[in-house]
Design a protein. Structure first.
Length: 523
């Protein structure tokens, strides 16, 4: 007998020494993870947040694009033309072709146009040209013409309060506000999902522990029954019940481990960068304490007030209202007649050389010279033109504009109704979250008391079984009662944590409570 024991000990020792070199399944490394670390990882690589960041960048670009309507527009033009037009006149034209004298022109110019915030526009223009003509009516050939002027056009009815540029700017700014709120909502939803998933993983790990303890208790009960059968104090049929219960609990343990794997993968989806992240091979081990600190009763009025001031859903709905108002103002402006005030002032210059084909005389009032001399004449201000006018446009029936205005008005009312709906939904969410938080807190105390009572009952039942005063059925029943009580306590604690997360989300204080700041300058 001693020899056999010695050989068995030697074989066991060799197996332990050779175990690291033996082929076998590889186990993933365990990775400790706090809740703050999980949130930070999710905020760094969550796809939803990345999408909203790009949406915000696009919205900012559209604001810049809308502001571009007020960029000055510089136009440069230049050209050459030849004209041979028959003249219906008693005066002769050129000697070569008296009916259709030929004229040639080379011209160039520039203009600067600036849209004004009032809907009007101001334009500065300057042109210069060189003209030659065979007509005997032309006193100068070549002739150098110059012109410099300014024009202001201001709408007085249609386009006074809104125009396409102001509409586009208002829409772009509203969209940017909505994009900021959408990014904030994505962050809130991500943080809330991470917290919920984190606590679900904690509960799943604790649930596996409860199932493992239940299996261990069943194995102990089967062992005690086996001892009784071997001593003859119990029939062999007594082994059936604890053996069947052991296998049933092993099945529950396998299901609990599968649920744990699913919970772990759910958290990994939220915090890992992509399918190639090395963290997929790790086992996540939450390190937050299992105990919970029940907070004071929720301040429902204060939470409602805070939610109405900070919930991103309200900002999104309000930005939609602002967008519709900008579109409605433009549509209503289009239903008015157009009435524009126009003010312009121009100066002219002319210089050149006498026309060889022209009639004698008439050159005394004109200046000889080139283009520079023409600009000198322009600066003298002897030749100018001023204009003040009102331009009225009366569209007949104007059904398109009136229809657009009516449609915009209904769209604006829809957006306002949606804003009111969101406010009611937020109020209901805060009230529901407060009720769930209160209920979850009360469940913790009840579950704790139930678990303590189940532990006492199981201990008493096991003592009676040891003295032969009870049966396997009652002991196993008390074990099952204890397992259910422990699972109920885990569920109550998890529900309380999740209720606190939901209360923070509903009241709009979730990311502020974690010290997460979202500012447009840092996005």
């Amino acid at each position: 007998m001693k020899l056999v024991v010695g050989v068995r000990w030697l074989v066991s020792a060799l197996a332990v020494l050779l175990e690291p070199f033996a082929p076998g399944p590889s186990f993933a490394a365990e990775r400790s993870l706090t809740l703050d670390q999980a949130v930070a990882l999710a905020l760094r690589g969550n796809e939803g947040i990345v999408i909203e960041r790009h949406s915000l960048a696009a919205a900012r670009a559209r604001v810049t694009a809308a502001s571009g309507a007020y960029d000055p527009l510089l136009e440069l033009n230049g050209g050459w033309s030849r004209t041979r037009e028959p003249l219906n006149s008693q005066f002769p034209g050129a000697a070569s072709n008296p009916i259709a004298p030929e004229g040639r022109t080379r011209e160039g110019g520039l203009s600067i146009r600036q849209l004004l915030p009032t809907g009007g526009a101001v334009a500065l223009r300057a042109t210069g040209s060189r003209e030659t003509s065979e007509s005997s009516l032309a006193m100068l050939s070549p002739a150098f013409r110059t012109r410099v002027g300014v024009e202001l056009r201001q709408p007085l009815l249609r386009g006074l309060r809104s125009d396409a540029a102001r509409r586009d700017g208002g829409v772009a700014r509203a969209d940017r506000t909505g994009a900021i709120a959408s990014l904030r909502r994505a962050v809130v939803e991500t943080v809330a999902a991470v917290e919920q998933s984190y606590w679900a993983l904690v509960a799943a790990r604790l649930g596996v522990g409860v199932r493992e303890e239940a299996v261990r208790l069943a194995e102990e009960q089967l062992g005690q029954t086996q001892s009784r059968v071997e001593t003859g104090s119990s029939p062999r049929t007594e082994l059936a019940q604890p053996r069947a219960e052991l296998e049933r609990r092993r099945g529950e343990l396998l299901a609990a481990r599968e649920a744990l794997a699913r919970s772990e993968n759910g958290l990994k989806i939220l915090i890992l960068d992509g399918a190639g992240d090395a963290g997929w091979e790790d086992t996540l081990a939450p390190v937050e304490p299992a105990a919970v600190d029940t907070a004071a009763a929720a301040d429902v009025p204060g939470s409602l007030q805070y939610a109405f001031a900070h919930r991103p859903e309200l900002e999104i709905a309000a930005s939609a209202v602002e967008r519709r108002r900008a579109e409605g103002a433009y549509a209503r402006s289009g239903a008015w007649p157009s009435l524009d005030a126009v003010v312009s002032y121009d100066r002219f210059g002319l210089a050149g050389s006498g026309n060889p084909s022209g009639l004698p005389g008439g050159m005394a009032a004109l200046r000889s010279g080139d283009l520079g001399d023409s600009f000198d004449v322009l600066q003298d201000g002897d030749y100018d033109a001023a204009r003040v006018a009102l331009v009225l446009g009366l569209p007949i029936r104007n059904r398109a504009a009136r229809g657009n205005a009516a449609a915009a008005r209904h769209a604006e009312r829809q957006a306002e109704a949606d804003l009111a709906r969101v406010r009611k939904a937020i109020r209901a969410e805060v009230l529901d979250a407060a009720a769930a938080l209160e209920t979850a807190e009360q469940r913790i105390d009840a579950a704790r008391a139930s678990r303590e009572a189940a532990e006492i009952q199981l201990a008493a039942e096991r003592d009676r079984f040891a003295t032969g005063l009870t049966t396997n059925f009652l002991v196993l029943t008390r074990q099952n009662d204890l397992s259910r009580a422990r699972l109920d306590e885990i569920s109550a604690r998890t529900d309380y944590r999740r209720a606190r997360t939901e209360m923070a989300r509903a009241s709009g204080s979730l990311i502020e409570g974690r010290g997460i700041e979202i500012t447009e300058a840092t996005r």
